[in-house]
Design a protein around this ligand. Structure first.
Ligand code: PLP
Length: 370
């Protein structure tokens, strides 16, 4: 690690492997399909660790991820962001190249775009999931509205579509203050797709996959019930936010940012480090639960938390408030910061430094862009 230039993104492969094995085992025990999200890490090597070595089904959040993982042998992919009409050409090309690319729609307008695209290209049929809003209110149809039933039935009748299922994501579980709240949201997540699937079955929509998944709901649940498929993503790395939420313990967090003290100001009890917004992201993380937390957990090289609080981030200057004498951390001192939100932090880097048993053993290259 001494040779690494800072800021550097460190990934502990042993912890990643343990996190991957634990979640996959829970899915297997529960008898549900496992389609983990890869947007947290964007690395083919970790995609395989998620499936115990195989290139199994995955979820992605960009077509760039889909194409990168397809090139690495992953043939069953769900692109879990509502499709932009201008991306149908690219999605269709990828769908032809692999076993299956599922796309997502949540509006009549998107279905019309799919139908008119397919209408101009005979033989084109898209595998489609309908995005359902289970309370997060980001994307997805409200399953209680008649228009949502109409859209689902239109999907089931469309010759441009193989209607595969209902997909929801309980992103609002991240706003929970207690375990009981996470568990209540986990119930909402499964109920939204289960009840909607039952309504649609009565209308003759056929068999639909109920796909759910967020790391807080998937880690807090004892087992997966009332769903057919799970898509957690962040659990691979976890982060300071997930530890505060109770999704994991700090020892389950697989990533940290290596940084160097570049300014030491004992008179004002502050340090400046070379990891800031572009090395960490500006995610406030657990501040709903702990407003004093700061922009990441500042630790020494052995990951022991220090009496240091990351209070401000500009582009390349991270400002740390020191409890005690700042001279204890002179210029040149190296520290490790456990990020608040590992998905956003990882996306800042074009390479990850991979550790095993504390030694640098590999370098992984994530796919970037859209
Ligand atoms: N599914 C969808 C549609 C998502 O947007 C996300 C994350 O944003 C996930 C699954 C995985 O959630 P998490 O990263 O909390 O595991």
């Amino acid at each position: 690690m001494d040779d690494l230039s800072t800021p550097a993104f460190l990934v502990d492969r042993d912890i990643v492997t343990r996190n991957c094995d634990r979640m996959r085992a829970k899915a297997e025990r529960s008898g549900v399909a496992f389609r983990p999200h890869v947007k947290t890490h964007k690395v083919a090597e970790i995609g395989r660790l998620q499936h115990g070595g195989a290139a199994g089904p995955i979820t992605v959040s960009t077509l760039a991820e889909a194409e990168h993982f397809a090139a690495a042998g992953f043939g069953d992919i769900t692109y879990a962001v509502p499709i932009a009409p201008a991306k149908l050409e690219r999605a269709a090309a990828l769908g032809r190249a692999i076993e299956r690319l599922n796309i997502l729609v949540d509006s009549q307008a998107a279905l019309q775009a799919v139908e008119s695209f397919a209408g101009e290209r005979p033989g084109t049929v898209f595998d489609v999931f309908l995005k359902v809003d289970c309370g997060y209110h980001r994307a997805g149809v409200d399953p209680s509205r008649p228009e949502s039933v109409q859209l689902a039935l239109a999907l089931s009748r469309s010759s441009a579509v193989r209607f595969r299922g209902l997909l929801t994501h309980a992103g609002h579980s991240y706003n929970s203050l207690t375990t009981a709240e996470v568990l209540a949201i986990a119930k909402q997540e499964t109920a939204a797709v289960t009840n909607f699937a039952a309504t649609l079955a009565q209308e003759g929509a056929g068999e639909l996959v109920r796909s759910i998944g967020s790391t807080p709901t998937c880690t807090h649940a004892e087992s997966f019930t009332d769903c057919d498929e799970v898509r957690p993503g962040n659990y691979v790395f976890f982060d300071a936010f997930q530890a505060t939420l109770g999704s994991c313990s700090m020892s389950d967090v697989a990533v940290s940012v290596l940084t160097t003290v570049v300014g030491c100001y004992p008179d004002r009890e502050e340090l400046i480090v070379d990891a800031a917004a572009l090395a960490l992201s500006k995610d406030p993380g657990p501040n709903l639960i702990d407003p004093t937390f700061g922009y990441g957990l500042v630790c020494d090289l052995e990951l022991r938390p220090q009496p240091l609080k990351l209070i401000a981030l500009s582009q390349e200057h991270g400002k740390i408030e020191v409890e005690g004498n700042a001279a204890r951390w002179p210029v040149g001192t190296r520290l490790r910061i456990v990020p608040n939100h590992s998905c956003l932090t990882a996306a800042m880097y074009d390479r990850y430094a991979v550790l095993s048993a504390g030694q640098l053993v590999d370098e992984w290259r994530p796919v970037r862009g859209w």
